[in-house]
Design a protein around this ligand. Sequence first.
Ligand SMILES: C[S@@+](CC[C@H](N)C(=O)[O-])C[C@H]1O[C@@H](n2cnc3c(N)ncnc32)[C@H](O)[C@@H]1O
Length: 208
Amino acid sequence: MTEATLGANIVDLVDVDELREEVKKKYREVADTPTAEFHFHTGRQHALRMGYPELPLDQLPEEATEAFAGVANPFFWGLPEPGERVVDLGAGAGMDSFMAALAVGPEGHVIGVDMTPEMVDRATRLARELELDNIEFRLGFIEELPIDSGWAEVVISNGVINLCPDKLGVYREIHRILKPGGRMTIADICVERPVPEGALKDIDLWTG
Ligand SMILES: C[S@@+](CC[C@H](N)C(=O)[O-])C[C@H]1O[C@@H](n2cnc3c(N)ncnc32)[C@H](O)[C@@H]1O
């Protein structure tokens, strides 16, 4: 079996529309009530525990960090450089995008993409309040990125690709939007053993 057929098989097993609706339902709650209890950790202390750089994290107010729901630290290999163009896949409420925007400065630019409208609205409002002019948030799927080909120098993502059955589709899109020589720094959940077919079909296991 080739990698391509393996990817296609996962997509065929899962009801992608239903999965996306369930994921949106969960992250709508995070956007609207970030301090509620979830089955995953959220917020600034969670980021610090995972090794996020205190600078520029401590330049962000509480509201810009409280809905952070990542799984690890995509800045482990360093922050983007001043002047770079960055895309944040599944940007959620925008904390990683805000950090990238502070790192790239006025000459750089950051685009965060997320499929949950409440997340995009929240991140857009906060960017405006933080007076970050070098950042924008777009509604869309990371499997069909609303970004021009060859636009980005850096792609970051945190805790999102594990929620996408079509992983090859996501990586094809990353390849399309990155400039030659560009880089990606991705924090995510990986499994080391094949997942049984029954579990792949169970939407609750994807979102839980
Ligand atoms: C675990 S949260 C992480 C959010 C953000 N990266 C962070 O670290 O706080 C997952 C986010 O991915 C988004 N998402 C999941 N699947 C997506 C897809 N196929 N396309 C775009 N966004 C997606 C969800 O809406 C949610 O905001």
